[in-house]
Design a protein around this ligand. Structure first.
Ligand SMILES: C[S@@+](CC[C@H](N)C(=O)[O-])C[C@H]1O[C@@H](n2cnc3c(N)ncnc32)[C@H](O)[C@@H]1O
Length: 238
């Protein structure tokens, strides 16, 4: 499978770069935070979990350690080569059709903010296509003011700095976002397209795909548990 860069996405720095501009060596280094605990707290123990856009396994590995049976999907073979303990599948998420259903489908890393609405619809259709009855989809979305508080910088205790350099409008409600990761021995940048979504817009996109928010898992509402079914606005119309 040959994959070329996605339009509007770019990355610089040592090692291979994925079509959406992520540096494989960077993602293999980035430490995981409380994400696996958030996931583990929202789903049944030992669930079958489909992780979409797994990267180098930053979240996959702690989820496997917690006893989840993870199928990890990414379009980058360089990323998948770093994943251990999970079944790996190389595919564009939009095109994925495993003919199987999972207790949990996870679309993290803000992928739901895809600049192209057709790509976003494709991602959401894949979530629904692989969702078992009674299962849930976990989303990680951006904080609602993330594109306004730019530039900003965070020094990570692990010894690197991440700087959100700019978020420039490129039309149709989409921003071109540039991030820079500075380590003592290397620097990586990623430029990507992101469509900010208000809570209403996010919930509307889910409803269009046949999903509804079950609950927000974090105070900042960036982690979301969704299930199959009509959104609150549609419930009375059926
Ligand atoms: C920002 S990285 C995050 C990786 C991992 N979720 C993490 O948190 O460390 C995004 C990953 O998703 C993959 N990706 C992005 N869009 C994709 C798509 N449409 N289909 C398949 N993989 C995709 C990229 O190749 C990359 O490995």
């Amino acid at each position: 499978m040959t994959v070329s860069m996605r339009a509007g996405y770019q990355g610089t720095g040592p090692g291979p770069i994925t079509p959406d501009g992520c540096a494989v060596e960077l993602y293999a280094r980035l430490p995981v935070g409380d994400e696996p605990d958030i996931v583990a707290g929202a789903v049944p123990k030992g669930a079958r979990l489909l992780e979409l856009g797994c990267g180098a396994g930053r979240m996959t590995h702690p989820l496997v350690e917690r006893g989840f049976a993870v199928t990890a999907v990414d379009e980058s073979q360089d990323m998948l080569d770093r994943v251990r303990g999970a079944r790996t599948v190389r595919s564009a998420i939009e095109a994925l059709d495993l003919g199987e259903r999972f207790d949990v489908v996870m679309l993290a890393s803000f992928l739901v903010h895809a600049g192209d609405p057709d790509v976003r619809r494709g991602l959401l259709r894949t979530c629904v296509r692989h969702l078992a009855e009674g299962g849930c989809v976990l989303f990680q979305r951006e904080g609602e003011d993330w594109h306004e508080r730019v530039p900003r910088e965070r020094v990570d205790p692990a010894g690197f700095t991440v700087r959100l350099v700019s978020a420039e409008p490129v039309g149709d409600g989409v921003n071109s976002v540039r991030a820079r990761y500075v380590f003592p021995d290397a620097t990586w940048t990623q430029t990507f397209l992101s469509r900010p979504l208000t809570r209403e817009q996010f919930e509307g996109a889910l409803a269009e795909a046949g999903l509804r928010v079950d609950r927000y898992l974090t105070e900042d509402r960036t982690w979301v548990r969704a299930v199959a079914g009509p959104g609150p606005g549609e419930a009375g119309e059926r």
